[in-house]
Design a protein around this ligand. Structure first.
Ligand SMILES: [Zn+2]
Length: 351
């Protein structure tokens, strides 16, 4: 974390803590959230022991104990609802005793089922999970996960395994060709940042280009078989969550940036992704989240034409009765910005 960012976080923590202990937080919350609601956005919930070795971008991870604290706190301070309930209550304009909060997860990660769901149950917090259907059908490994895994593997090989010198040089050379020059250090604190910057560059590429980039780095790390890790839920797990009251929403077919998709192919992502979920769940799917938060007027029109009644963005902020239903702001949660109760409470106000 850069020095300025660290100082900003420290200032926020100090402010949030003093507000919490002065009792001002609940007053501010009551005023700020009057007639407004917060939609929280989560991705992955993983135990601390795993988080230390995980190369996921920090913006996508909340550790299990921190998520436990979030849900305990939220259940006490908010009326927690699913996305369909949130939309209905916003439409009704009914005054609420407590501010509304909807917990959402994007993509369909397996840890939502194994780690988050038991905690949602413990605190009786409902949730909505937006699923990219190809992740579940195993047609497309999430490219960023695959890239992470390959680079993490190359890193481990360089740091811990004794491999023939020639092979080692070949690996380093191949990595250097991709501008990855510093994976051989004993610890690599900047790997997460490196991956995040790669992600920004690669994210805007089309699917074919992205896959060829991935193939290239997979060749580099072909020294040993990659571990057989499953990252996403299967349909049975998703149906179990649905049966337990979790709302399932759509998140396209391949999880591509919709703004880079040709208009004639928008339906492949929006309509087919929806139809695939409906086929497996045998029910309509009415709520949507834009991958990477990317959307425009044509995309919104396609969302409406497919019968979705709401769509979530990744723009930070609260929502109210007047917020466009296809432009719902969310508040992204990750551990480093929400590790104490005060920081969580502060952030959940959309600040
Ligand atoms: Zn996503």
């Amino acid at each position: 974390m850069r020095v300025i960012e660290r100082a900003r976080q420290a200032a926020k923590l100090t402010l949030a803590t003093s507000l919490q202990y002065s009792g001002a937080m609940s007053l501010i919350r009551a005023r700020r959230l009057q007639n407004r609601a917060v939609i929280l956005m989560y991705h992955r919930i993983i135990p601390e022991s795993e988080a230390r070795f995980d190369y996921a971008p920090t913006g996508m991870v909340v550790t299990t104990p921190v998520f436990d604290m979030h849900m305990r706190h939220l259940a006490r301070t908010h009326k927690t609802v699913t996305m369909p309930e949130l939309v209905t209550l916003l439409d009704s304009g009914e005054a609420q005793d407590r501010p509304l909060a909807a917990v959402t997860f994007d993509d369909g990660w397996l840890d939502n089922y194994t780690n988050a769901f038991p905690l949602l149950q413990r605190h009786q917090v409902p949730a909505t999970i937006f699923i990219a259907s190809n992740f579940i059908d195993d047609k497309e490994y999430y490219w960023l996960e695959r890239m992470k895994l390959v680079l993490a593997h190359a890193h481990r090989v360089l740091v811990t395994e004794s491999i023939p010198l020639g092979q080692r040089d070949a690996l380093k050379k191949a990595l250097a060709a991709l501008n990855v020059t510093d994976l051989a250090g004993s610890l690599h604190p900047r790997l997460g940042m490196f991956l995040a910057s790669q992600a920004r560059n690669v994210q805007s590429l089309g699917l074919t280009d992205r896959c060829s980039y991935l193939e290239k780095i997979e060749q580099i790390a072909s020294l040993a078989a990659l571990p057989d890790t499953r990252y996403f839920m299967n349909w049975n797990e998703i149906r179990t969550l649905r049966d337990e009251g979790i709302t399932i929403g759509a998140h396209t077919t391949t999880h591509t940036e919709l703004t880079s998709v040709d208009a004639s192919h928008l339906q492949d992502e929006i309509g087919i992704g929806k139809a695939r979920l409906e086929e497996e769940l045998q029910q309509t799917v009415d709520h949507f989240a834009y991958p990477y938060g990317k959307h425009n007027k044509d995309i919104q029109a396609a969302i409406a034409a497919n019968g979705f009644s709401s769509a979530c963005t990744t723009v930070n902020g609260l929502v109210n009765r007047d917020t466009g239903r296809l432009l719902l702001n969310r508040v992204n949660m990750h551990t480093s910005v929400s590790m104490t109760r005060s920081m969580f409470a502060y952030r959940a106000m959309g600040l």
